[in-house]
Ligand binder design. Structure first.
Ligand SMILES: Nc1ncnc2c1ncn2[C@@H]1O[C@H](COP(=O)(O)OP(=O)(O)OP(=O)(O)O)[C@@H](O)[C@H]1O
Length: 869
């Protein structure tokens, strides 16, 4: 009971959060689950990842894994395991480092997007959809992380049960002394945005270590030290901004003043904006009436809202920027090529269902998102399934499930859905919380999914699939129209810090082009000055004055901080390298081509290389240096839409309300999910106290009930979890079927009879075959056996072939050897005969010689004897 945290209901994986890392998470499981059928091994999250991966490769279709469950049930952990496995599965021979970036992105997003809550110490305040892209061969190409429905934690922290984003606490605990000074950091209790919540301390927590880990992860996803400093400086600015407090100037009028003006220079320094402009933007509103500009002071409450919305929007823009940059780092050049087919597995992890003591607009949106997700689950598991049975005309007893469409309609259906009524009331200046509540009552009095408290309380109760939740309507309208005022946007855009003004900029492509242009002109100035100095040196004039001239010029332009040659040189170097690699805006999309021709743009680099201090920068992959990649990404992600409207960048159009954006974002998400084959992981919270290995039966049962698990078990028991079209069936099981069989109902039924399939466990419809898992496995086993039999037969034939080949080979070899022997013997024989003959001849000639010599001697002796006589 305590160690089994995974189980299946059909193909749905149920994960029970153990709140303690069990030895079950062993890296060896990555290998163990590779290419196994679901259910063959112990249930595990890796098995789901593996099945999705192989289904994607086999069926050439995108897959998605939808993880759901209430807050603190373990969705994010499960996502991390899944992503880890999905990247590990494909590491065969592909070392682009993209896996590293995918894994590194997790801690960065968690630090900036998660917060401690009463339910969960690491609660996601944004929904994420991570799409891992693969080549058709199965190697990871890249990934896209889409953040959905962010800003679900109020940066100003009005809710006691929800702390602020982790990154603030990490920064304050882990910054070095130098950083503390540079960013004017204080203790968490000294910040208004951090001291209102319940202080959640977690045993064994080490914020310093978390900060180090965050820095490392940021490095992994490609944030350079300079960028990291800019991010931390912005975070500090947001915290200081929250400390600004207001007071009435006089009792008589409404004009206001800032009580602690000493904070202003700090914020203006960190944001690099003019202090006077900051002050004006925080206390007055500029409006334009017919041809006339009006400057009106804010009322006290308005000023606080403006301050908070500025902080919130800055944080949102930062978060979107981080997601965008991570996606840019994750982009692969192949993603940009139209003709390369990529497949993907998406993993959806959104914020879980929430019910606190006081629930507000954020909980309403979060719970609505969960409602939609539950609906998606119902659609796939019950509705579509049962509809298919009916259209295929197979015998079927309907299974009832809790359909939550009515609740979704109540919240979002046009024109009377609660979110639409809220939009109407948000646009109406005279509206109040009461008028909003009255409107809800008036429209939906008879709806059984909404109730209103008996006592006069500005609240309403929604009957969600997961239980009743009471929402207080206070601040609903304000939060729904929480946009940054145009004068604040203008102020931030005027920031001397390119990072901040760029982040608030219109769109990443424009910002990129502007950066290139700026780099170009800076480089021009640098070269002109260098040229001047060179001439001055040659003509013997005072070089120092030349240099100081340069300094003055550069100071005017933006180099006020880089008031020494080294720094100036360094920035110019960066800009020139930037220019070299990024190209110029008017050169069009393929600006790299120009540089290939070794023209003008090489000069700066050659000049720099001559310098001894020149240190080449790490080079980004080429595709990331093209404007194309940014355009591609802007199209892919929602970054553009959300930040733009939040910052109110469409000056003419009225920005869409937060709830409208939220709905648009949800719809886009659902569209994406609809285009893929889904797998479901249901996470269950084992106890409400976040205690390790504690299992609260009632809590678990409640979750199983409302997620529809009991009905799912029934539909899985009596339904058919496996279905094939006739054609698919024949091509999948063709090994078992007669050759050239026609894929028809009769033939398939005939086949089932022949293999003695239990007729209770299958049905053949008009165009499809429905099987229970048991029968599918039986067929699969038959297929396996037949394939094995054929393999063995083939192996036998092959072995025979091999043996015969070897025999023939040996025979041929022995014949050759014999022939060679014979030849050799013949030759030797002939040689021997020849030698013998020669020998004989020699001996004969020797005897003849001896006899001849004897005769000659005899003759000589006779001649001597005769002469003497
Ligand atoms: N498999 C697991 N093993 C050990 N601990 C786990 C596991 N899953 C979750 N936990 C613990 O439970 C906590 C909550 O999990 P997680 O953050 O994944 O929940 P969640 O469902 O994503 O919540 P939210 O919707 O609020 O983001 C984690 O911080 C971790 O401590």
């Amino acid at each position: 009971k305590h160690e089994k945290i995974y189980t299946y209901v059909g193909s749905i994986l149920i994960v029970i959060n153990p709140f303690k890392f069990l030895p079950i998470y062993n890296p060896k499981y990555v290998k163990m689950y590779d290419n196994h059928q679901l259910g063959k091994l112990e249930p595990h999250i890796y098995a789901v990842a593996d099945v999705a991966y192989h289904a994607m490769l086999q069926r050439r279709k995108n897959q998605c894994i939808v993880i759901s469950g209430e807050s603190g049930s373990g969705k994010t952990q499960s996502t991390n395991f899944l992503i880890h496995h999905l990247t590990a599965l494909s590491q065969k021979g592909f070392a682009s480092g993209v896996e590293q970036i995918i894994l590194g992105a997790g801690p960065v997003l968690e630090a900036f997007g998660n917060a401690k809550t009463a339910h969960n110490n690491n609660s996601s305040r944004f929904g994420k959809f991570i799409q891992v892209n693969y080549q058709e061969t199965g190697t990871v190409l890249g990934a896209v992380k889409e953040s959905h429905m962010t800003r679900m934690t109020q940066i100003e922290g009005q809710k006691r049960e929800i702390a602020n984003y982790h990154v603030f606490y990490y920064l304050l605990a882990g910054a070095s002394e130098e950083e503390r000074l540079a960013f004017h950091l204080k203790q968490p209790e000294e910040y208004h945005y951090l001291n209102q919540q319940d202080c959640f301390t977690v045993e064994g927590e080490d914020l310093r270590h978390d900060f180090e880990r965050l820095q490392l992860a940021m490095e992994m996803v490609g944030f350079l030290p300079k960028t990291r400093r800019q991010i931390f400086s912005l975070l500090s600015a947001i915290l200081h901004l929250g400390n600004i407090c207001y007071k009435k100037k006089t009792y008589r009028d409404d004009s206001i003043d800032i009580c602690n003006p000493e904070v202003l220079p700090i914020v203006s320094e960190l944001l690099e904006v003019k202090e006077e402009m900051l002050f004006e933007a925080l206390v007055t509103r500029k409006t334009v009436t017919v041809g006339e500009k009006l400057v009106l002071p804010y009322k006290l409450a308005e000023a606080v809202t403006v301050r908070n919305s500025m902080a919130k929007s800055l944080y949102s823009a930062l978060f979107d920027w981080i997601v965008f940059r991570i996606n840019h780092a994750l982009l692969n050049s192949k993603d940009l090529e139209q003709n390369i087919k990529t497949l993907s597995i998406g993993v959806l992890d959104i914020f879980g269902f929430e019910d606190y003591e006081n629930n507000s607009f954020e909980q309403f949106c979060i719970n609505f998102a969960n409602e939609r997700l539950q609906h998606y689950f119902n659609q796939h598991i019950f509705k579509l399934e049962q509809e298919e049975y009916r259209t295929e005309d197979i015998s079927w007893h309907n299974i009832d499930y809790i359909d939550n469409s009515c609740c979704i309609n109540l919240i979002s259906k046009k024109p009377t859905g609660l979110l639409h009524l809220l939009d109407e009331e948000s646009n109406f200046p005279q509206a109040t919380n009461q008028t909003l509540l009255d409107k809800f009552k008036h429209q939906h009095e008879d709806n059984s999914y909404i109730e209103f408290p008996a006592v006069m309380e500005p609240a309403f109760i929604i009957k969600h699939y997961a239980g009743k939740v009471k929402y207080g309507v206070k601040d609903f309208r304000e939060k729904n129209t929480d946009h940054m005022r145009p004068d604040i946007v203008a102020l931030l855009r005027s920031s001397k810090n390119a990072f901040i003004s760029g982040m608030i900029g219109l769109d990443p492509v424009a910002v990129f082009r502007w950066a290139v242009l700026r780099a170009f002109f800076r480089a021009m100035v640098a070269f002109r000055e260098a040229g001047k100095r060179h001439i001055q040196r040659k003509t013997g004039r005072d070089t120092a004055s030349g240099l100081s001239d340069t300094m003055e010029r550069c100071k005017e332009e933006k180099y006020s901080k880089a008031a020494n040659t080294d720094k100036l040189y360094h920035r110019l170097h960066e800009d020139v390298v930037h220019l070299y690699t990024w190209g110029l805006p008017w050169m069009g999309e393929r600006n790299q081509n120009l540089y290939a021709s070794r023209s003008l743009a090489q000069l700066p680099l050659i000049f720099l290389m001559r310098n001894k201090n020149f240190k080449p920068k790490p080079v980004l992959p080429k595709h990331l240096l093209e404007v194309n990649s940014l355009k591609h990404l802007t199209r892919l992600t929602l970054q553009d839409r959300i930040t733009k409207s939040l910052l109110h960048l469409h000056k003419k159009k009225k920005p869409p309300s937060i709830s409208a954006q939220f709905q648009a974002s949800l719809s886009k998400l659902m569209e994406t999910l609809d285009q893929a084959e889904p797998y479901f992981v249901k996470c269950i919270r084992s106890n409400a106290e976040k205690l390790p290995l504690r299992f609260n039966d009632a809590l678990v049962l409640r979750q199983l009930r409302y997620t529809g698990m009991l009905e799912t078990v029934r539909i899985r028991q009596s339904g058919y979890s496996c279905k094939y079209s006739f054609q698919d069936f024949v091509s999948h099981f063709h090994v078992l079927l007669p050759r050239n069989i026609i894929p028809s109902k009769f033939n398939i039924q005939d086949f089932f009879r022949k293999v003695n399939l239990n007729s209770d466990n299958y049905q053949v419809g008009k165009t499809m075959v429905f099987l229970k898992e048991q029968e599918r496995q039986h067929l699969q086993d038959l297929l396996h056996q037949e394939v094995l039999r054929r393999i063995i037969l083939l192996q036998r034939w092959f072995r025979v072939l091999l043996c015969r080949q070897q025999f023939l080979h040996l025979r041929r070899a022995s014949i050759i050897i014999q022939q060679r022997w014979r030849e050799q013997y013949r030759r030797r024989h002939m040689a021997a005969v020849y030698i013998q003959a020669r020998w004989k001849g020699y001996r004969e000639s020797k005897r003849y010689q001896e006899q001849r010599n004897k005769i000659i001697l005899l003759q000589a002796a006779c001649r001597g004897f005769r002469a003497r006589q």
